[in-house]
Each structure stands twice: as structure tokens, then as C-alpha cells.
Write a protein that binds this ligand. Structure first.
Ligand SMILES: C[S@@+](CC[C@H](N)C(=O)[O-])C[C@H]1O[C@@H](n2cnc3c(N)ncnc32)[C@H](O)[C@@H]1O
Ligand code: SF4
Length: 440
């Protein structure tokens, strides 16, 4: 079957599997007590802090954000995060051993450098740091200053991720995000001078106005700046969830054929420039720890993307933040005002979660293996036969193959379709409304 025909055949709504079960399928919320009991923080643990604020809406955005130019919201939010931290500390029987700290959003550098210092001081005062601690931050080059980078650098931040998206002025106009190459170049240089040893660029394919000419130009510029890592995300178009996506007319958006060509064009240019492909939609230089993780088979994937190690538990603080104790998922209140109110009342702002069943854990292992290694091993013969039967069409079309008791992905473009074979929850209950973006 020709590749183009496969693109049409397999372009179906599909989860991105940053978790399994996927968030819409969480059903068994834990009690607060159950949740706290499942958090074992005495050996390596990870912290994620969600800062929802952005000054301006990028119309493609799918993140949980609060668009505002009012920086007075920063300080009370920092204090709410610290109060949430205190609420957790009360329950921990051992000191929290911080191995990974990630600041995400929204835009963490919406906060001023003194606000970031206050946040870090408040956190670090009550935890122990692992000798292998790694701190990373997502920044929007349009609102980030040298002072921001210095401040975070002083607390041990060595990884930085820049939202770049696309360099074409036409595309930037479409998505309401004007940002010059110079701005990104300056930020990259500043970070490196300050000792940040891993710089990531976020890029997106499938945005309105993109074509093969614009994507080549963007990648020329990207390769010139030589970031250590690149996340090259497929635009997740979910107008039924994000009203701003409705502003893009169907005619402006690349169709599945072009969308895939955009990816292949970027991918080829990166491989030619010495990058290696890591899992789904990610690339790295061989000098970056992400590549080492592939070689050591320690690569992990979670809500934040690919990680070089699996650090568990992951505690998320802030509005809409997701935590994962490995037995239980938990998400905080998704509306800023509700989150703030619950913190003010001295309550943990838990919104909903999911206690994983044995089946969930088994399927999560397979899906994670697929997403990090493009293969998984199936020891149970009955299950293997089930997969062969249910996956016969995928096998016939050359998307995957079996080798003894291993299932191998042959066409990475269709990894989400292969992973869906293991999604027992989706199989039992097809969604009644639109939830997931298209797989291509
Ligand atoms: C929290 S933002 C990064 C930090 C900062 N807010 C910025 O944009 O510079 C996370 C990343 O998610 C990606 N993203 C957001 N919405 C997306 C969508 N609908 N489809 C694919 N990727 C998306 C973008 O590449 C973005 O850089
Ligand atoms: S892409 Fe980043 S800056 Fe733009 S709205 Fe989303 S979170 Fe904010």
C-alpha cells in the first residue's frame, strides 16, 4: 500500500499517550488519603510546577493557560504554590529528595525574577536535593530576560526549552506569535553563556500557512543555532476544546499529505545535520543526555515529554498540574480561581484522578516501550495471539511486525495507531464525542 494511502487510512483520532490510561478515560478517582499514601518521596522524586500565565494567546495553543497582561497575579500565585507545597509537606514522613524539577506552563518567565526567587527559596527550604538533581524551565523568548535566566541558573537550572514554533513571518502572523530569529538566537546564546548545557527548541508542523518552502527555511535557521534537543510536535487541532483553533480555516491548514511531508522534510534536514530521532517527534544531538538514555535504555516519557530517566513519583503543583505516583494519577483543579480558593481554605486542590488497575499497568508498560523503543515484548501467549488477530490489518499494511514474542513498529509515523492496539479502555468504550486530535 502506498504511503499516501496509509496516511488517509490511518488518519484517525488518536491519543498521544503521554499517559496511560489517557486523561479522558480516568474513572476511579482516589480519596485524598489514598493519594497521599501512594506518594513515596524519600528516594528520588520529581516536581513539576505549572505557571499558567501568558501575555498573549498563540492561537494554536493547546495548553492550560490564563491570558493576561496583569502581572499583579504573579505574586499571589507564587504564594499559593508555596502553600500547596506546605500542605504536602505536612503529610510526608520523610524529606522530599528532589531529583528533577520542571517549570512549565503557560509561561514560567511571566513571573518576575524576584517572584521566581521567592518560589525557589520557598521550595528549596524544605527539601533535600539529589546529587543528580536536574532543573529545567520552559521559556517564551519574547518575555524572558537575562535576569530571568541568571536567577534560575543560580538555583541550579541547566536545561532550558524555548518555544520557537516556526520562523516564517506568514505562519507567525497566522498564529499570533511574532518572534524573530535574532530573539531566539540571543536567548540561546545567553543561556549557553550562563552554563545551561541543554537547550531545547519546540517546533510545530501542521500550522496554517506552512509549506515545504517555509519549513525548509525554518529548519535552516534552527540548524544554524544548533539546539541540543528539538521537539517537533504535530499540531493538535482540537477546535471543540480550544475555540481559538476555530480561527484557522480548513483551507489554511495543511492536509494530512502535506502535514506528513512537513515532518519528513524537517526530519531529513535534522538527520543530515547530525541529529538523531528519539521516540515520537523528538530529536537530539548525540552529545545530549537524551541520546545516552536511548543507548542505556532508560528513556522515559511522561506529561512533560521525553526524559532521560524515570523518576517517580512526580508531584505536580499549581493549577491543572498532573501528578503521578506510578499507582495513581491525580490532577489539580483546572480553573485558576477554584484552585486559588481551595488553597486559601487550606485544602489540597485535587480535582480528579485515577487508580491504575493491574491491566492498566500492563498496558502502560507496552505503550511506554513502544513510545520509547518502537517495540515491546509480549510474554503472555494468549495476549500475543489477541494482538496478532486484532493487529492483522496493521501488520498487513506494514506498520508493524512480529518477531517471536516481540512486536516491532516499522513505520514510526503510525506509532499512535499501533499503541492504540494496547488501549483496552478505548477498545471497550469508543468516545461518544470528539476527544483526541487526528493521528497524522
Ligand atoms: C507551555 S508551551 C512552551 C513555553 C512557552 N509558553 C512558549 O510557548 O514559548 C509548550 C509547547 O507546547 C506546544 N504546543 C502548544 N499547543 C500545541 C498544539 N495545539 N499542538 C502541538 N503542540 C502544541 C508548543 O510547541 C509549545 O512550545
Ligand atoms: S504556546 Fe506558550 S506562550 Fe503561546 S499561549 Fe501557549 S503556553 Fe502561552
Amino acid at each position: 500500500v502506498a504511503f499516501r494511502d496509509l496516511l488517509i487510512k490511518y488518519n484517525v483520532p488518536a491519543p498521544r499517550y503521554t499517559s496511560y490510561p489517557t486523561v479522558p478515560y480516568w474513572e476511579d478517582s482516589p480519596s485524598e488519603e489514598q493519594w497521599l499514601d501512594s506518594l513515596k518521596v524519600g528516594s528520588d522524586a520529581a516536581l513539576y510546577l505549572h505557571i499558567p500565565f501568558c501575555e498573549q494567546l498563540c492561537t494554536f495553543c493547546g495548553c492550560n493557560t490564563r491570558i493576561t497582561k496583569n502581572h499583579d497575579l504573579g505574586l499571589p500565585y507564587v504564594d499559593a504554590l508555596l502553600q500547596e507545597w506546605q500542605l504536602y509537606l505536612k503529610h510526608f514522613r520523610e524529606p522530599f529528595l528532589l531529583r528533577e524539577l520542571h517549570l512549565g506552563g503557560g509561561t514560567p518567565t511571566f513571573l518576575s525574577p524576584p517572584e521566581l526567587s521567592r518560589l525557589m527559596d520557598g521550595l528549596f527550604k524544605h527539601l533535600k536535593t539529589s546529587p543528580k538533581m536536574e532543573c529545567s524551565v520552559e521559556v517564551d523568548p519574547r518575555v524572558t530576560s537575562l535576569d530571568h535566566l541568571k536567577t534560575l541558573g543560580d538555583y541550579g537550572f541547566k536545561r532550558i526549552s524555548l518555544g520557537v514554533q516556526d520562523f516564517s513571518p506568514v505562519v507567525q502572523h497566522f498564529v499570533n506569535r511574532i518572534q524573530s530569529v535574532e530573539m531566539v538566537a540571543t536567548m540561546t546564546e545567553m543561556a549557553r553563556t550562563l552554563g545551561y548545557h541543554s537547550v531545547n527548541f519546540d517546533l510545530i508542523y501542521g500550522l496554517p500557512g506552512q509549506n515545504l518552502v517555509t519549513i525548509k527555511d525554518t529548519f535552516h535557521k534552527v540548524i544554524n543555532l544548533r539546539p541540543d534537543r528539538i521537539a517537533f510536535y504535530g499540531y493538535a487541532h482540537v477546535p471543540w476544546i480550544k475555540p481559538a483553533h476555530r480561527r484557522f480555516k480548513d483551507d489554511d491548514l495543511p492536509g494530512p499529505d502535506l502535514k506528513r511531508d512537513l515532518y519528513e522534510t524537517g526530519r531529513t534536514m535534522l538527520l543530515d545535520a547530525g541529529y538523531v530521532e528519539i521516540g515520537m517527534d523528538h530529536f537530539a544531538l548525540k552529545t545530549d543526555s537524551l541520546w545516552q538514555a536511548v543507548e542505556d535504555k532508560t528513556l522515559h516519557r511522561n506529561f512533560m515529554g521525553y526524559m532521560s530517566d524515570h523518576v517517580s513519583p512526580l508531584l505536580g503543583l499549581g493549577v491543572s498540574a498532573i501528578s503521578d505516583s506510578w499507582d495513581i494519577f491525580s490532577q489539580n483543579e483546572k480553573v485558576l480561581e477554584v484552585y486559588l480558593q481551595r488553597i486559601k481554605k487550606g485544602e489540597l486542590p485535587l480535582h480528579r484522578g485515577h487508580v491504575l488497575t493491574d491491566e492498566d499497568k500492563k498496558m502502560r508498560r507496552h505503550i511506554l516501550d513502544l513510545m520509547t523503543r518502537f517495540e515491546t515484548q509480549v510474554v503472555d501467549n494468549d495476549f500475543l495471539n489477541y494482538l496478532k488477530d486484532r493487529g492483522s490489518e496493521l501488520e498487513k499494511d506494514g506498520l508493524m511486525r512480529f518477531e517471536d514474542n516481540r512486536l516491532l513498529v516499522c513505520k514510526p509515523a503510525f506509532i499512535r495507531n499501533v499503541a492504540m492496539l494496547f488501549d483496552m479502555r478505548l477498545k471497550r468504550k469508543e468516545p461518544e464525542t470528539r476527544i483526541f486530535s487526528q493521528s497524522i
